[in-house]
Design a protein around this ligand. Sequence first.
Ligand SMILES: Cc1cc2nc3c(=O)[nH]c(=O)nc-3n(C[C@H](O)[C@H](O)[C@H](O)COP(=O)(O)O)c2cc1C
Ligand code: SF4
Length: 450
Amino acid sequence: MALDKPIITKRIPTPPFGDPADRKRTTFAQYKRTGGYKALEQALGMAPADITNVVKDSELRGRGGAGFSCGLKWTFLPQPDGDRRYLAVNADESEPGTFKDRILIDFDPHLLLEGIAIACRATQCDTAYIYIRGEYHKQAKTLLVALEEAYANQIFGEGSINGEVNGRPLNCYVHRGAGAYICGEETGLLESLEGKRGWPRIKPPFPAVKGLFGRPTVINNVETLMCLPFIISKGADAFKAFGKASHFGGNAPGSYGPKLFGVSGHVKRPGVYEEELGIKMSTLINDYCGGIKGNRKFKAAIPGGVSMGFLSTDQFDAELDFDIGRRYGVLGLGTAGVIVMDESTDIVTATRNIVRFFSHESCGQCTPCREGSGWLYQMLCRIERGDGRTKDIDLMDEIARSMGAMPGTTICGLADGTNWAVKTAIEKFRGDFEAKCKPSVVQIGVNVGA
Ligand SMILES: Cc1cc2nc3c(=O)[nH]c(=O)nc-3n(C[C@H](O)[C@H](O)[C@H](O)COP(=O)(O)O)c2cc1C
Ligand code: SF4
């Protein structure tokens, strides 16, 4: 089912791989003409706690990967003490298979700026930093142009419609990263913003209490923030008209709202498509992406960026919502950047490629991540070359599982990305690995004695 009305942005029949010159940025004037910044005006007439409550009622969950409740996260901030409080906007988008935030910024930078101003009002943050992936040159420029327009039209800065927050005008800055995936992890991002090496921090303290420059900080993804104008202007129920309650019933958090799905890999029309949470992957692939390239058969998919693990051939109809982890044996929905693989895909090679990425991007602080990803990469190369033994498959599985054995095994979630890619590849496509391995040599123990 396609949404007949655009919700957050135009439903984008994107060829993000097509000609960027065909894309048009929405200017301040165009945005205003179509009702832009009305939600901010509405929010400015509300008490901060009331904005937070509406967002909580909408059950908006973070679109950056973890799916944590946005409104609830905001309540973790302490009461303002008059000193600085920060909003860090996560536009790092470095997870392979993920390109939704890029498209949102390309088309609708003011929707992001309006979301930022609303979030700052709700959390009483006076300074926002948009941390943008270093390779996003064009998008950084787009944001700078939009910011200039927003400042000129009193959305930010001295004398803006926001008045003073903590005794200061609301300011927003663009900060460019330098191409490290780990700087998308929220505390790595904060370190990088502070001008240091992007090493994730041990928590607690959590950023809400002690974040950027030691001050209370909210970190939200671009797409999460871009949901806010709709929620404030149309209400929590209108947002919840899209998506669905949890399959697990009770108090389990649901999957509400529209969502951008970035589809890449072996499909005829890769792109970013806006749909309701819960759409079947098969519908997304067949109805939106024109089916599998060359009319070949579906073999596997990764639901939301490479750290989520593999969906198997018989999970083609998997529903893309926040329950996907528990229901289909993957880590989660992640960023909903779906990578589709057809029957010609060699899962050993695909897994080796993914693990190479994680091994390269590991910041090296934690032994299981630093050593585990390196060893897994070497073993996968060996199997791919045809030099592996079947016992290597179980050893890899053991190494992968040990990387995420318990919460707290590593400082951040990067190690889990390696872990889920390898363990789900082995669990769901063991035959691909076995086909490339020589049988293990059985050693008959001979005690030659001392
Ligand atoms: C290794 C790693 C990389 C991440 N990269 C990103 C990223 O590029 N963009 C993003 O929004 N979140 C990323 N995250 C998730 C953030 O840590 C954080 O959960 C998110 O920005 C919170 O925003 P949200 O609640 O609005 O989703 C990453 C997490 C990990 C562990
Ligand atoms: S899990 Fe990996 S990337 Fe994350 S802090 Fe530890 S070593 Fe660094």
